[in-house]
Ligand binder design. Structure first.
Ligand SMILES: *[C@@H]1O[C@H](CO)[C@@H](O)[C@H](O)[C@H]1NC(C)=O
Ligand SMILES: *[C@@H]1O[C@H](CO)[C@@H](O)[C@H](O)[C@H]1NC(C)=O
Length: 423
């Protein structure tokens, strides 16, 4: 077929563009990030606690959660309750720990500043498709935004960069509700490397010794430990840069990580056993501060009133599912149920993806540009009591970022709540 003359094509293109623009205007509000005035979380008092044992083992499933119906019936927590739940522990690299109680201000001023997107009629629920996980094996993509914000946590989970040096992940990746995980004391975060400096040829070689952390090696600035992801299997050889270009590209499927040590970890008290029984899952999030900023673009946090009422109602996340070891897996799906604190969905996910940042893409107010923001933290598989009669149904669950949780996470990241007044 020959080229179509421009005079024929142009009117068609224009008509399509105009129609698209009209449609865009009609749904503009729905597609725009709402702005929120959020409460202020402030530090009240910090006390030292005894050092934790770091004896807990990783869990793959969370149970005993207040179900969907149960969540719906819950009374709004009082200010006292909230201050309890949002108080937090900080565990430091040297194994010591503090407890910080917080005050919450401006709780009843929580409002959406911009028009809310929930005023439109509900869309028909989307049909859930088949497995929609994609392995992002090409480094061209996996080391580019938004995938590049995904990090691996040394305890086996995933996380997402939410500031130049802060990672948001799930609390259960660090702490089982009673104690810190065995691997949480020497916690590290793996950032996908842009260029593979090693090949599979390095497999089994004792490349580990070189970058291994030396105790008391304080002068060593470099946190980039030359260890393989997950600490198992392939090690890097020392022959960096020696591979030929063609070999390198053939070997580029498996990502390798640059590991960075974690300086401190913060977990809300709501996650701890005996504090909010049945509701701990609502507090399954933690923030890790890295010793060194990895110079990778991060993703902002966002708050939306309802995911299901969004057009297409879809959420996205990527992580390192352990059934496809070493690969970055991306997926999206529709949310099927939601409560004020949790999102229930059937996004295909395996352990390892816990802690991933759940994001959506909307327009910035007054701008034409689309922007992705993290609206939740993927928690994992749960058996959920659906209607309060003991009828259990399984879902994959994500903790949603409420205005309150936004305030807390933002405070952890900035250390100053005055920077966290508008979400
Ligand atoms: C551990 O680290 C924290 C934070 O850097 C510090 O405040 C504390 O004094 C340290 N404790 C010990 C015993 O080194
Ligand atoms: C958002 O929607 C709710 C329910 O329709 C309404 O009560 C509330 O006033 C709205 N908020 C704003 C800022 O328009």
């Amino acid at each position: 077929m020959g080229p179509i003359p421009l005079c024929v094509l142009l009117p068609v293109v224009l008509a399509v563009t105009v129609a698209a623009a009209a449609e865009e205007n009609a749904v503009d509000d729905e597609y725009t990030w709402p702005q929120w005035k959020v409460p202020l979380v402030r530090k009240r008092r910090t006390v030292h606690l005894s050092s934790p044992d770091f004896s807990a083992h990783p869990q793959t499933e969370i149970s005993g959660t207040c179900g969907i119906e149960c969540q719906r019936r819950l009374p709004t927590p009082s200010l006292d309750d909230l201050e309890q739940l949002l108080s937090y522990e900080t565990v430091y690299e040297n194994g010591t720990r503090t407890y910080t109680s917080v005050s919450v201000q401006g709780l009843n001023e929580v409002t959406a500043l911009s028009r809310n997107s929930s005023t439109r009629s509900r869309r028909k629920r989307e049909v859930y498709g088949t497995d929609t996980r994609f392995t992002i094996s090409d480094k061209q993509f996996s080391t580019k935004y938004p995938f590049s914000t995904t990090v691996k946590i040394s305890t086996g989970c995933s996380g997402v960069l939410v500031s130049p040096k802060h990672v948001l992940t799930a609390a259960h990746c660090i702490h089982d509700g009673k104690d810190y995980l065995n691997g949480a004391q020497k916690l590290r975060v793996g950032i996908l490397k842009e260029k593979s400096r090693r090949g599979k040829g390095g497999k089994g070689k004792g490349g580990r010794g070189k970058g291994k952390r030396r105790k008391g090696d304080k002068g060593k600035e470099d946190d980039e430990e030359k260890e393989d992801q997950g600490g198992k299997g392939e090690n890097k050889g020392k022959g960096k840069g020696r591979k030929s270009r063609s070999r390198r590209s053939a070997e580029s499927e498996k990502p390798s990580f640059r590991w960075t040590r974690v300086k401190q970890t913060q977990i809300p008290k709501g996650w701890f056993k005996g504090v909010a029984d049945g509701l701990a899952a609502d507090y399954d999030y933690a923030v890790l501060e890295l010793k060194k900023a990895p110079k990778v673009k991060f993703m902002d946090l966002g708050v939306i009133p309802s995911v299901k009422k969004l057009p297409a109602g879809r959420i996205h996340f990527s992580g390192f599912d352990d059934d496809r070891p070493g690969n970055l897996i991306y997926r999206f799906c529709s949310v099927s149920e939601e409560s004020s604190d949790l999102l229930y969905q059937y996004c295909d996910a395996k352990p390892g993806s816990s802690g991933s940042g759940v994001y959506i893409r909307l327009k910035e107010p007054g701008k034409k540009k689309w922007k992705r923001k993290i609206i939740g933290i993927f928690s994992g598989h749960q058996w959920v009591d659906v209607n309060g009669n003991g009828n259990q149904q399984d879902y994959n669950v994500a903790v949603r970022i409420t205005p309150m949780k936004y305030a807390q996470i933002c405070y952890w990241v900035h250390g100053d709540s005055s920077e966290c007044q508008v979400a």
